[in-house]
Design a protein around this ligand. Structure first.
Ligand code: ATP
Ligand code: MG
Length: 443
């Protein structure tokens, strides 16, 4: 017997369309015209999935969701919306909806969303304080933790914005780790680091021999991320034409390799990060509006460190580690007055360097490599500082990773940014250099 699906929509044409589609797929379907009718149907019959419109007379979708959360918290709900731009969807997700569909949706998009929802098993119960990787108690970061939990419980795509070093990648890894797809892959891709000519091949894969240099089959990012997450970093650098292709995959889940005859279905959740403001990018036409609205099931904006100075002592303790003797009051004070263009990443590096310099003792002001005038000045900090300070030798107390970063920056600087020559100088190949730069989040 097929799964039982309850459709709730006041427009008969909309529910008939869905019913037809779903019955063809052998589901058992019942339609109701509003929230009240839906609740009555649910009281008398078990259902495996609810697909509900949001705007309806009598009891609307949001109110229905509130009731469903109380009575049947594990029942998956997909909401229908007439327009992606509105806030309804965000509210619905907040109230526990798993996903949404825009009316009218293609048969492929409906099928994909329904199958995913039926496979969905609620993740281990996760409350905001449990998202312990995200250190901080300021209201802004507490809100971020709430959104991470919301994102982990639902199955929508997420867009994460924030300056460099504010924790975008950390947030996306946390969403994956707490979600029902945690056992699935987490594939990270930095859009800024791959040449546009390789887009098709990198995302969709290629068959051996499909172009010069394709000496073996390549599965592509979308297949690699099947059943899990594809983290798209620096989304703002993706060409508009490629954004359109990405949007198509998001909607129909079909992937066809370069040189292949057949396409394949994948189920991928997209978490996209950018350090630019999406509203401005859309004005400039560097970000397609349709892609933005498709990705923005939930949007998470990360605060800069200067917007949450009160969290600095907590973060400093966190990065110093449990075995640390702590900080002198002066040192904490200096950290709170410093300027943090490189945000949390920069703070982490300053603290780790200071701890190495302090040894067993407390970290004092003298151990901090902060410039006078209260400006953060660590070489692994803000973009502007990276280039300026990458001469001389690596600072004392650096971790191996930091030394590596330093060596790469210096090589790039000496080669005027030419990656091929920098790679040669470092005696590594170009793809290794590219991968390392990606790890360090350098464009
Ligand atoms: N709230 C936080 N609590 C603890 N550590 C954090 C927090 N935010 C960021 N970090 C740490 O700061 C470093 C930088 O974070 P991350 O790499 O996620 O930043 P990002 O926003 O992706 O930066 P970029 O735009 O430069 O790629 C990481 O080591 C991360 O673990
Ligand atoms: Mg990053």
């Amino acid at each position: 017997m097929g799964s039982k699906i309850l459709i709730v929509d006041d427009e008969p044409s909309a529910s008939d369309y869905l019913r037809l589609l779903l019955e063809q797929e052998k589901f058992e379907v019942r339609t109701t015209a509003n929230g009240v009718e839906a609740l009555i149907a649910l009281e008398t019959n078990p259902f495996d999935l609810v697909i509900s419109d949001i705007r309806m007379p009598q009891m609307d979708g949001l109110e229905l969701l509130t009731h469903l959360q109380q009575r049947w918290p594990d029942l998956p709900v997909i909401v229908l919306t007439a327009n992606e731009g509105i806030e309804d969807v965000v509210q619905a997700i907040h109230l526990g909806a798993l996903n949404y569909l825009v009316k009218p949706s293609s048969a492929a998009a409906v099928g994909e969303a329904v199958k995913k929802a039926l496979r969905f098993r609620p993740s281990k119960s996760v409350e905001p304080p449990l998202v312990s990787e995200l250190v901080g108690e300021s209201p802004a970061i507490v809100d971020v933790r709430h959104r991470v939990v919301m994102a982990a419980r639902s199955d929508v795509h997420v867009i994460i914005t924030g300056d460099t070093g504010t924790g975008k990648e950390l947030v996306s890894r946390a969403i994956h780790a707490y979600s029902a797809a945690a056992a699935g892959p987490f594939v990270a891709h930095n859009c800024a680091l791959s040449p546009p000519e390789l887009f098709e091949s990198e995302f969709f894969g290629h068959r051996r021999g499909s172009f010069t240099g394709a000496d073996r089959d390549h599965s592509g990012l979308l297949r690699q991320a099947d059943g899990g997450v594809l983290f798209l970093d620096e989304l703002e650098t993706m060409l508009a034409a490629h954004q359109a292709k990405l949007l198509r995959v998001i909607d129909d889940g079909e992937v066809r390799s370069v040189g292949a005859e057949q396409s394949q279905r994948v189920s991928v959740r997209f978490l996209a990060a950018t350090n630019r403001d999406p509203a401005i990018m859309m004005q400039e036409r560097t970000l397609r509006e349709d892609l933005y609205y498709r990705l923005r099931g939930i949007e998470i904006r990360l605060p800069t460190l200067s917007q949450r100075l009160d969290d600095i002592p907590l973060l400093a303790q966190h990065f110093a580690g449990a075995d640390s003797a702590g900080f002198t009051p002066d040192a904490l004070d200096a950290l709170m007055r410093a300027e943090w263009q490189g945000n949390v990443r920069q703070l982490r590096n300053v603290v780790q360097g200071a701890k190495a310099a302090a040894g067993e003792g407390k970290v004092g002001v003298a151990h901090l490599s902060l410039q006078s005038g209260g400006r953060g000045s660590h070489q692994f900090g803000g973009e502007g500082q990276r280039a300026r300070e990458s001469d001389g030798s690596a600072p004392q107390g650096s971790t191996l990773r930091e030394i590596e970063y330093w060596a790469i920056q210096r090589a790039l600087q000496e080669c005027g940014g030419n990656r091929t020559r920098a790679a040669k100088m470092l005696d590594i190949d170009r793809s290794t250099l590219r991968r390392k730069l990606a790890e360090f989040g350098v464009t």
